[in-house]
Design a protein around this ligand. Structure first.
Ligand code: NAD
Length: 683
């Protein structure tokens, strides 16, 4: 018996958790006895029976009200005579308006409107029937009006009662008092889900918002009790244990301020990431997470023209170079979600390719993809890949990117970035790829380092190919947060090691965006290009690296300079204090997307590009550093090589050898051109 009771209780809990509309012992029992089908039948039956009972009640009470609770005998007979017709008409009307099914716990205004319509139309029908069709003149007309009103009240009221009852059953006073920050859609979903989640152990008790006009309103029964200024007081007054930030697009300053308040009040804090395009109604509790440094960038969520991207990628073959890298792998993830026919992933890093393929198989079991381990410098491999898979779109992200490293590995930078891009671009043209997107960088603007100048040369290569069937375009942006070898993972490792955090200069600033955001915008830009454009992503305000470091230390629950020191190491060769996103002469224009600007990259003469690519190639083979740097200066006149690179050119004897060789050639030519000296006549 006890076991049966426990089973019944468990089934009821499961039933409630599934969100069924009418928690009833009958339905639960039916489930236990006869399985799901019987349960569904019982639930439907219960709804119909309860509706009929409520309609009948409303009808009977209407008469009672009309006759002030003293029903004469003939009226009793009239009720009995008309009862069946009235019930039948109303049941049909209720059925027509979909009121004989549905989930009472989710009853809302739209249901009330339907009930009103059903009651009105059935009353009208009854009126027509009684007074025009069967001429039932003794029927009191006012009863029809009272009945209409009572039907709405009784049927609607019962549903709202069920909703209130189920909500009360589910609500629980969790032991952890929660303060929610925000009053938007996110915050409302959060409050609702917290109130209904038995497992969370949380009790949303108060809300604050920056907007004073929201003060005093209630969201799912929780009052808005203050603004950001009064946050400290609210935390103390309501015994808050945890603050949940649920703002639609919190700015950097807002998040900082909230964190500071939480820290000084010594309470926990978490964030609900922006819901974006999430379908309303799902549970948001699983999305709550610790605040990450990305949240401090204060970047509003990107709104995408998803249809344009889908048209471009769905049922197409897409090839990504550098696919296993930070940007390439995110491109692979996002492209995969648009269901391409096939994804061709090219990268020479075998381990990273393996990791990526494992992830893609897990996340996109239906995705057809090819993992090609190979080098973009291997034109034979490229040709085979293109011939086999015939890609429609190419995203070219394979490159060397580390500024200080490339300053010391100039030949590798030129080889990999310039000659590699030339290979991929030319083969894309050969195989009539529809569009080719070069992932460029803000370092290509007024370059002061080898890495940056090679990226600018890559842009020139694609501009030289712009008059082709393939639409060649480039997308430029600043740093992405958290990419392999970038400042964020370095800082995180340094914090884990107990510090210090190394920063090149106290005032050095960089643009940052998150990798998913950058890739979303790359995909969006790729739908806009006609060929020859350079798209520039709007990077927002630049971030002081020192602030990034201190925020990260704070987020780790530590104090800068007390727990973790900051050490300034000086700018490295080729590094700038500030990065630019375009030259002054590059007149960028707005696009249909507010975070993407564009300018026409202009024309580059393909014959000239071909010539300098050949020359660079020869100079790389000859390991002629001086020759390479001066060639790069010819190609990109705004390039200013770093002192380190110039000093390496000084010890590079190729120039001297070349100069001497040329002098010797000139000398010999001059000698040959001269008249042969008159021989001394023999005496
Ligand atoms: N990371 C950033 O902050 C950032 C910002 C703007 C632009 N970009 C540009 O985006 C591109 C990719 O950057 P990332 O951060 O993803 O770099 P990453 O180092 O994480 O990825 C590059 C990938 O390319 C592969 N690769 C390099 N040379 C190759 C070759 N010859 N053949 C085949 N594969 C090769 C590498 O194995 C690596 O997996 C670079 O061109 C970079 O300049 C990066």
């Amino acid at each position: 018996m006890a076991r049966a009771l426990v089973q019944t209780q468990q089934a009821a809990q499961k039933y409630l958790a599934q969100g069924d509309a009418m928690p009833s012992f009958a339905v639960t029992l039916a489930r236990l006895l006869g399985g799901r089908r019987t349960a569904v039948f019982c639930r439907k039956l219960l709804i119909v029976v309860s509706q009929v009972a409520l309609i009948a009640l409303a009808y009977y009470v209407s008469f009672q009200l009309r006759f002030e609770f003293e029903l004469p005998g003939d009226i009793r007979r009239l009720i009995a005579k008309s009862f069946l017709i009235v019930i039948l008409v109303k049941v049909v009307a209720f059925y027509y308006f979909g009121l004989l099914r549905g989930w009472w716990r989710y009853v809302g205004i739209s249901d009330l409107v339907d009930i009103t319509k059903a009651a009105a139309s059935s009353s009208l029908l009854i009126y027509l029937l009684f007074f025009i069709v069967i001429d039932l003149n003794e029927f009191p007309r006012s009863v029809i009006g009272i009945d209409w009103l009572l039907t709405i009240l009784v049927v609607g009221g019962a549903r709202f009662l069920v909703r209130a009852y189920t909500e009360a059953l589910e609500q629980h006073a969790g032991d952890k008092n929660i303060l929610v920050v925000g009053t938007g859609r996110e915050a409302a979903s959060l409050v609702r889900d917290l109130r209904h989640s038995a497992e969370s152990g949380c009790n949303p008790i108060a809300i604050i918002d920056e907007d004073r006009s929201k003060l005093g309103i209630k969201i799912h029964g929780v009052p808005v009790v203050g603004t950001f200024e009064s946050m400290g007081d609210v935390i103390t007054r309501y015994g808050i244990k945890c603050v949940l930030i649920a703002l639609p697009s919190p700015t950097n300053k807002q998040v900082q301020r909230i964190i500071e308040n939480c820290r000084s009040s010594k309470v926990e804090f978490k964030i609900l990431p922006t819901l974006g395009n999430r379908i309303n109604g799902g549970n948001v509790l699983g999305l709550i997470r610790d605040i990450k440094v990305e949240d401090l960038l204060g970047r509003a969520p990107v709104a995408l023209d998803v249809e344009a991207i889908r048209t471009k990628l769905q049922d197409k073959v897409v090839l990504i170079t550098g696919a296993a890298g930070s940007i390439g792998s995110e491109l692979a993830r996002q492209v995969a979600s648009f269901r391409p026919t096939r994804l061709v992933l090219l990268d020479r890093s075998e381990n990273d390719q393996f990791r990526l393929s494992m992830e893609l198989s897990r996340k996109f079991p239906d995705l057809e993809y090819v993992t090609a381990v190979g080098d973009i410098l291997d034109s034979g491999l490229l040709r085979d890949l293109f011939a086999l898979h015939r890609p429609h779109s190419v995203f070219h992200a394979a490159a060397y990117k580390h500024v200080p490293l490339m300053e010391r590995n100039c030949f590798q930078a030129v080889n990999n970035n310039i000659l590699g891009t030339y290979n991929v671009a030319l083969i894309s043209r050969q195989f009539a790829v529809e569009d080719f997107v070069l992932i460029s960088s803000d370092k290509a603007v007024n370059p002061t380092n080898v890495m940056g100048v090679t990226k600018r040369a890559c842009e020139l290569i694609i501009l030289a190919l712009r008059r082709q069937r393939t639409r060649f375009m480039a997308v430029r942006f600043g740093n992405v947060l958290g990419s392999a070898g970038s400042v964020l993972p370095i800082f995180q490792r340094q914090i884990a090691d107990g510090g210090p955090l190394t920063i090149t200069h106290p005032d050095v600033m960089r643009y940052f965006m998150t990798i998913p955001e950058a890739v979303q915008l790359v995909l969006q830009a790729s739908t806009m290009g006609k060929g020859g454009e350079i798209f520039v992503l709007e990077m927002g305000e630049p971030v002081r690296i020192r602030d990034l470091a201190t925020n990260l230390i704070h987020l780790s629950g530590l104090q800068p300079e007390t727990d973790i020191n900051l050490v300034y190491t000086g700018l490295r060769p080729g590094e700038k204090m500030f990065e630019e996103l375009c030259l002054e002469s590059e007149d960028t224009k707005a696009t249909s997307h507010d975070k993407i600007r564009v300018f026409d990259g202009g024309f580059a003469d393909f014959e000239k590009v071909k010539k300098w690519v050949d020359e660079l190639s020869a100079l790389v083979i000859a390991k002629n550093m001086g020759g390479i740097i001066s060639k790069l200066q010819d190609i990109v006149p705004e390039y200013r090589p770093s002192d380190e690179v110039l000093s390496e050119c000084d010890v590079d004897r190729h120039d001297v050898v070349l100069r001497r060789g040329m002098e010797r050639t000139h000398l010999i030519t001059a000698l040959i051109d001269q008249e042969p000296p008159q021989r001394a006549r023999a005496v």
